[in-house]
Design a protein around this ligand. Structure first.
Ligand SMILES: Cc1cc2nc3c(=O)[nH]c(=O)nc-3n(C[C@H](O)[C@H](O)[C@H](O)COP(=O)(O)OP(=O)(O)OC[C@H]3O[C@@H](n4cnc5c(N)ncnc54)[C@H](O)[C@@H]3O)c2cc1C
Length: 416
């Protein structure tokens, strides 16, 4: 027999709301306008050119969408929804151009997560340059033999006491903006025996000798975003470029050597903070493909009626919409938790990125199916959206690694 629950009278006032504030709606509409009028019309061209879309970055910088101040303002939203809203709208326009605009944010997040107040003030603005002269930044963790397994990094940073400099040697792989960035943030090992606990993040100032771009990669999707290997060959940087400073590093290494717990690893601190935002990017792609497929299904006539009048198509669209909305709730929850320093006890950041990434791949594939032959051609954007979506199950932690993180968090066990 069903039991009854005594509910308190609704007071008409509540602290919980999923309704966006007027400011959030204004930001959303402003970014949407830029995505619709500037980004989307240029998407196909830059996808074909496979080049960084500098004119669009410059336009974004002029209106304050690209730059340190803009980022700080989006981040400042106390609900945590500023960044996901902006990212979803921009990536709705196009993911390749979106990543060219937002890719620098990962380096900024790396500095923010690991740097001192002084370092944050010095280096984050240099990641973006100015409205008249925008620059870009790169965050380089992955290496040819260390992707998911960050503890296997071989790039080495050695301290030279005599000159108070660090010397970096190694190879970074798949770096967004790698080699063409003004500022590179490099995660390197200072004590290889300690694995990921012996790593630290370093800023490589602009034009530092010893940092060279390797192969620029030709990709399946996200082609307007530059991806390349980066070589560090006796790359010497001032001691002050160690993020967080020497004292904090020595303390952390000492704890690790004694087998005591430490607060976190250099790369992981960045990824924890950025996962919901990355999930929001995937959501933008998914929503764009869903909307395109919905319009198409209303217009396309077969057997004398619009194809949406077939349940098979209408139900697919219903599921697409539901999955996108479900993913957004996970993204918003994790963003709110991150901004309000709520611990991710059940790996809520990973959940949001995993769900949004897989939804984006699934929805864009469904969109191609709904467009039929047209969907498979480059004359229609869902083909590009599908190629772009795929990266969201790979970078910033593959789907398998996200599941590992969630499984460990919920079980407290060393799942392998
Ligand atoms: C377009 C693009 C942009 C990128 N940008 C950056 C960037 O800016 N900075 C940066 O540092 N990196 C960047 N990367 C690198 C990206 O983060 C890595 O490719 C990703 O972490 C996966 O590593 P990997 O490619 O070495 O795959 P691998 O680690 O070799 O994994 C291969 C497969 O094995 C699976 N696997 C591995 N280990 C396990 C396990 N324990 N359990 C179950 N399955 C497992 C993986 O899930 C995957 O399916 C980028 C990559 C791309 C393609």
């Amino acid at each position: 027999m069903a039991s009854t629950i005594d509910l308190p009278e609704a007071s008409g006032e509540t602290t919980f709301s999923l309704e966006l504030t007027q400011d959030q709606k204004d930001v959303r509409d402003w970014v949407h306008g830029f995505a619709r009028d500037v980004v989307r019309p240029a998407a196909s061209e830059w996808d074909e050119r496979e080049e960084t879309p500098w004119p669009i970055i410059q336009e974004a910088a002029k209106i304050g969408l690209y730059g340190f101040e803009g980022l700080a303002q989006f981040f400042a939203d106390p609900t945590g929804l500023g960044l996901p809203i902006v990212n979803e709208e921009l990536f709705w326009g196009d993911a390749g151009i979106g990543m060219a605009i937002m890719g620098s944010g990962l380096a900024a997040a790396g500095i923010f997560a690991n740097g001192t107040g002084e370092q944050i003030g010095e280096w984050i603005p240099q990641c973006f340059g100015t409205a008249d002269d925008p620059k870009i930044a790169a965050f380089c963790v992955s290496e040819p033999n260390a992707g998911s397994d960050v503890s296997a990094l071989r790039t080495r940073a050695k301290y030279d006491e005599a000159t108070d400099t660090w010397v970096l040697n190694g190879q970074k792989a798949w770096a967004t903006n790698g080699g063409i960035a003004n500022v590179h943030v490099i995660v390197a090992s200072v004590d290889p025996e300690l694995g990921s606990r012996g790593q630290a993040s370093f800023v490589i100032p602009p034009n530092t000798p010893g940092l060279e771009m390797g192969t620029k990669l030709r990709k399946h999707g996200l082609r307007a975003s530059h991806t390349a290997d980066v070589f560090l060959d006796d790359c010497r940087i001032p001691g002050s470029c160690l993020l967080g400073g020497r004292e904090k590093l020595d303390e952390r290494l000492a704890r690790a050597r004694e087998g005591r717990k430490s607060r976190g690893q250099a790369a992981m601190a960045t990824f924890e903070a950025s996962r919901p935002t990355v999930g929001a990017q995937a959501l933008g792609i998914a929503r764009a493909a869903y909307e395109y497929a919905l319009d198409y299904a209303r217009e396309r006539v077969q057997f004398g009626k619009p194809i949406i009048e077939n349940q098979a198509i209408a139900f697919a669209l219903a599921d697409m919409k539901m999955e996108i909305d479900a993913a957004r709730l996970l993204v918003w929850r994790a963003s709110w938790m991150g901004r309000n320093q709520k611990p991710f006890r059940n790996a809520e950041g990973s959940m949001s990125k995993l769900k949004a990434g897989e939804v984006a791949v699934w929805v864009t594939e469904r969109a191609i199916q709904i467009l039929g032959g047209n969907g498979y051609t480059r004359e229609f954007p869902v083909e590009r959206m599908h190629r772009d979506a795929k990266i969201y199950t790979i970078f910033e932690g593959t789907s398998e690694i996200q599941r590992l993180v969630i499984a460990r968090a919920i079980s407290g066990m060393q799942i392998r």
